[in-house]
Design a protein around this ligand. Structure first.
Ligand code: HEC
Length: 329
């Protein structure tokens, strides 16, 4: 922890020094043109150094940055998934290799299917769902992402959902439907805390957005359980995890090697499971991310073409004005 903090402090010193150099150079260049620019640069440098210092002085180990498939501006979850905009066209190809997912054989040109989301969903349902809800995801959201419609329906039907009132004003239970949202494991926060020694297992729907570092943090947390350092007594209902603020977390280490049996034969090591569940939760926090990126790509492309045209048109419109000869006597 100390090492990490020292490295981070050294990092922030380097940052501050670089910023100061930038300010000095800028100031030298700008001697004649007033003080606004150097002042702005100085303010930016002080702000950057301030942020770096606050980050470095955090009392936690900072998670390592991981190379997530979906991090780039143009990259999608686990290299591919069928867009719900065109599921009929793409789905048979892009998801063909998932067992039981589609009858068509994998297409040689198809991108790799979103298997990590499917495995992550399995980890979530078999391991995390006993304590954590995922209230913002409905069964229908899984269709075309990590399951086909029949699988999602069958899964929903396994759950009893309270519905009603019926004609007689009574609430009744019925099997789940695709439009139902994932059930939460506890009826309310009090029950959840009571079952977990006072700690509250948060709903995981938006956890990737709700924590600094997102998937990097959750991955580090899930794989970061350690024995407490020498001289520190273990506690009864809390577990030592240096990635959690305060280092003691109320969640017992949820995953260990062989915790699930992956249907695609991937070895279920703890790191593999942590990675898969992070990919699944990242998707759950922003199911529309792939479509957002595709839309962004289209808009930028259209604007680029449009700006070329506008440039040409502007020259055409102004040409009569710009080539006019003014003679003043
Ligand atoms: C035995 C119940 C239990 C299981 C199983 C469990 N958790 Fe937790 N989890 C908790 C509790 C309790 C907390 C709250 C801990 C605290 O606040 O000290 C928690 C907290 C968390 C947090 C939030 C940490 C933070 O920064 O606040 C994340 C993320 C998390 N769990 C992910 C998972 C994932 C992913 C799985 C499945 C691989 C999982 N949990 C399985 C009980 C559980």
């Amino acid at each position: 922890m100390l090492l990490g903090r020292r490295a981070a402090a050294a990092g922030s010193r380097r940052l501050a020094a670089a910023a100061a150099r930038a300010v000095a150079t800028r100031a030298a260049q700008q001697e004649s043109s007033g003080h606004a620019a150097p002042m702005a640069a100085a303010a930016a440098a002080v702000t950057a150094a301030g942020f770096a210092t606050v980050y470095a002085s955090d009392d936690v180990v900072h998670p390592a940055k991981q190379d997530w498939d979906f991090n780039g501006y143009m990259s999608t979850y686990d290299a591919a998934r069928c867009s719900s905009a065109a599921p009929r066209i793409i789905a048979p190809f892009s998801v063909g290799a998932i067992p039981h997912f589609s009858a068509s054989p994998p297409h040689p040109l198809s991108p790799s299917p979103p298997r990590s989301i499917r495995r992550g969903h399995q980890v979530y349902t078999e391991v995390c769902a006993s304590c954590h809800g995922l209230a913002r995801i409905a069964y229908r959201n899984l269709v075309g992402v990590c399951m086909n419609e029949d699988e999602a329906k069958a899964m929903a039907e396994d759950k009893d959902v309270m519905d009603g009132p019926n004609d007689e004003g009574e609430m009744f239970e019925r099997p789940g439907k695709l439009s139902d949202y994932f059930p939460s494991p506890y009826p309310n926060e009090e029950a959840a805390r009571f079952a977990n020694n006072g700690a509250y297992p948060p709903d995981l729907s938006l956890i990737m957005k709700a924590r600094v570092g997102g998937p990097d943090y959750v991955f580090a947390l899930l794989t970061g359980y350690k024995d407490p350092p020498a001289g520190i007594e273990p506690r009864d209902t809390q577990y030592y995890n240096p990635y959690f603020p305060g280092s003691w977390i109320g969640m017992p280490a949820p995953i260990m090697d062989g915790g699930v049996d992956y249907e695609d034969g991937t070895p279920a090591t703890a790191t593999q499971m942590a990675k898969d569940v992070c990919v699944f939760l990242a998707w759950a926090a922003e199911p529309e991310a792939d479509e957002r990126k595709l839309m962004g790509f289209k808009v930028i492309t259209a604007l680029t073409v449009l700006s070329g045209f506008m440039w040409w048109y502007k020259r055409k419109v102004w040409s009569t004005v710009k080539h006019r000869r003014l003679e003043l006597y």
